[in-house]
Structures are given as structure tokens and as C-alpha cells.
Ligand binder design. Sequence first.
Ligand code: NAD
Length: 294
Amino acid sequence: LKKTAKDFERKAGKVEQAAVLGAGIMGGGIAYQSALKGTPIIMKDINQAGIDLGLNEAKKLLSKRVSRKKMDADKMGDVLNAIKPTLSYGDFETVDVVVEAVVENVKVKHAVLAEVEKHVKPGTVLTSNTSTISITKLAEALERPEDFCGMHFFNPVHMMPLVEVIRGEKSSEETIATTVKYAKQMGKTPVVVNDCPGFLVNRVLFPYFGGFAGLLRDGADFQKVDKVMEKFGWPMGPAYLMDVVGIDTGVHAEGVMAEGFPERMGRDFKSAVDVMFENERYGQKNNIGFYKYE
Ligand code: NAD
């Protein structure tokens, strides 16, 4: 077994420069974590507001570390300098691994992956942080699907240790090994999983959200459900967790899961979550979801 693990590790390429596409909740967190652990990262978005959000999040997290005396101000400057915000693909030929973290939509992801592939050197590992979409399906947009796999972080990135590394039908062993190496470099615990809608964690999580939606339909008070689940020992209840994840992201993801497993993940009623989505109550990202935020 040890020999197999060593053989696998030997297949990994170098990861000295990373890039993330999308500077939202996840992209901002990935940039922060990569820079903090010593891998410089380019953070690309399509609008300046997105970049500002991602950078502010990183600054907030770093300031906290400084005020708790876990880091000095010089080091904070170094980490911030290791995040290079941009609106263009200018420096992508130097990148070893790219993490795509744009909106959870197949068409948008296909377009973004096809575009970035033109700007990186062959052998650069492309990954997607998709929560639910099949990696094999996303790879259809690529000329080099062997260089592509899933790299699924959890929210908030700086706190959640797990990263799912998802093997698409055409992902090469080198691609998987390099992605595992990058996750470890970031201080995370990678687990290699097969490709299917929702992978491992969301196949467990979404039926739980579905159960919560059913409770709401039956008249349950969401705040009480949250309190009960906290007493049960979970760090937060389902309503608060949905606000953290993003109601929009959750609704999109649920659609993909229901399509993939209609008998197991389908739901035959409109839930309070659908109504919140229609009313643009997306959670912490726009300060209103189940709860109100400052
Ligand atoms: P978000 O809405 O917070 O951020 C998406 C960002 O992508 C925005 O800043 C947007 O401007 C940018 N963007 C859109 N099109 C782009 C393009 N063509 N090029 C570059 N940037 C572009 O979304 P998020 O919650 O960070 O989710 C991003 C991805 O991560 C999704 O695939 C989602 O399913 C996945 N994910 C989310 C969570 C979560 O809890 N939110 C957890 C794990 C994985």
C-alpha cells in the first residue's frame, strides 16, 4: 500500500502558481487559503465588484489573525501580495493549477473552462469547484479533458478541512495526483471520489435539506429547527447553513441533484427556499436569507 501511495505522489506535477476563476464566497476563500499556506494565486473575476468582495474577505480574515496575535502585520502584507487580483487572463501561462469557482451553471462553466484552456500551457491542471455538476459533463467543453478534475472545497474554505477531488471519466492519474498535492499544500484533507451528481458530501447533505424543507411545509419554525439541530450537536442548523452556502447556489445544486437522482432527490412541492430564491433572499451574500445580516 505504501508503495502505491508513493507511486501516486510521484505522478504529481509542481504547484508553484495557482489561479482561481470567480472571486465570490468560494473564490475569495480559496485565494486566501492558498496565499496563507504559501502558494501564490491569481484571482480573476469578470467585474471589479467581485474582486473587491474577494479581497475584502481575505483582508478581514487576515486582520482577525493579526488582532489575535497569530500573525504579524508584515506577514499579512506578504499574504495579501500573494493574491493577484485581475480581470484578464494576462499571466495564465505561468499557472500550474486553476480552480474554477464561478456560478453553478453548466453553460457558464463550459464557456469559462473552454476560455481558460486557451490561456494556459498544456499540462496545467484545470479543476472545478462545482458542488454538484458532473465532472465528465464539464470536461466536454475541453480539448484536454485528461488535464481536468473536480476540486470541491466547502464553505467557509478557511475552516473546513475536507476537499473532494473528483475523478472524471477522462481525468488522468497525474491530474488527480497534482490536485491532491495542491489540496495538501493548502493544509486541507483531500479525498478522491468518483464522479456523480453531488459527489459524496452533497449526496448526504441534500436529502437533509429536503427533510428540512418538508418540516417547513408542515409548519415548523425554522429558528426552532436550527436550535434543535445545534442541541443535537451540529455546529449550525439547516436554515443558517443554507444562508452560509447561498440560497441561489443551493437551489441550483438541488436542481442538478434532482435531475441526477429523480427518485431519491426529487421533491413534489414548492418549498419556502424556492420562494426565498424568487424573492432574491440569497443568504449572507446579500445580507438576507432566513436571517438578516448587517
Ligand atoms: P458566488 O455567486 O459567491 O461567486 C461567483 C463569482 O463568479 C462572482 O464573483 C461572479 O462575478 C464570478 N463570475 C461569474 N462569471 C465569471 C466568469 N466568466 N469569469 C470569472 N468570474 C465569473 O458563488 P460561490 O458561492 O462562490 O460559488 C462558486 C462555485 O462554488 C459554484 O460552482 C458553487 O456551486 C461552488 N460551491 C459553493 C459553495 C457554497 O457554499 N457557496 C460550496 C462549495 C462549492
